[in-house]
Design a protein around this ligand. Structure first.
Ligand code: GSH
Length: 204
């Protein structure tokens, strides 16, 4: 199997962390690719052109983080990412991936030339992202999101969301007023799976 990723993508990072936490990494070749590039090595496998994309031995290309993570659970790794029937985990994963989507849209706007940015889109996504982060802070402050076992899919995704804010989207001062989430992030970021996949710092 081959996993196409880009080093800055929090979605692809979630799959890369999951491969390390489950011990499945030796079965997958990680291939760094380019995005929004007509010559990208990913396009012959996936015309959508987004990462993560997991290409199976028979050529099937799985895309979308929310589909790839449950697929990894079928491969018999050392720990489960989404325990069967755990609706709480599914709900948490959906909420974190939705927040990641919003932050990615916000970030994309900031990468445009100033004259092409939409203040309306930026304001909407900033409000969405802060609202979701405030809910996560309240949960972490009241003992939620415990890290006493290998992280499951929602915890991995949350670590990647905050890791993106920390290094790729520093326009958002996400730690301010969120001490519980900050401490939670520092703990998960210290895991070897996170240290091995840390994204480069961007100018935003
Ligand atoms: N809904 C997708 C989002 C993935 C996504 O947006 N990936 C970005 C990188 S962070 C990408 O590949 N962008 C390339 C493009 O937009 O052409 C998922 O959950 O996997």
């Amino acid at each position: 199997m081959r996993l196409f990723f880009s080093s800055g993508s929090p979605f692809a990072r979630a799959v890369r962390v999951a491969l390390r936490e489950t011990g499945l990494l030796p079965r997958v070749e990680e291939v760094e690719t380019t995005l929004r590039d007509p010559r990208s090595s990913l396009l012959p496998h996936n015309p959508v052109g987004r990462v993560p994309t997991l290409v199976l031995a028979d050529g099937t290309a799985l895309t979308e983080t929310a589909l790839i993570l449950p697929f990894l659970d079928t491969l018999g790794g050392a720990c489960r990412l989404l325990p069967p029937g755990d609706l709480r985990a599914l709900a948490d994963l959906g909420r974190v991936l939705g927040t990641m989507d919003g932050m990615a849209v916000w970030n994309r706007e900031l990468r445009r030339p100033a004259a092409e940015r939409s203040p309306g889109v930026i304001a909407l996504e900033a409000v969405r992202t802060n609202r979701a982060a405030d809910a996560l802070e309240a949960e972490a402050a009241s003992g939620g999101w415990a890290l006493d076992e290998p992280p499951d899919a929602p915890r991995i995704a949350l670590g990647c969301l905050l890791g993106y804010a920390e290094r790729r989207h520093r326009a958002w001062t996400w730690r301010e007023g969120r001490p519980a989430l900050s401490a939670w992030f520092d703990a998960i970021a210290a895991r070897p799976s996170f240290a091995a996949t840390i994204p480069p710092v961007s100018g935003i």
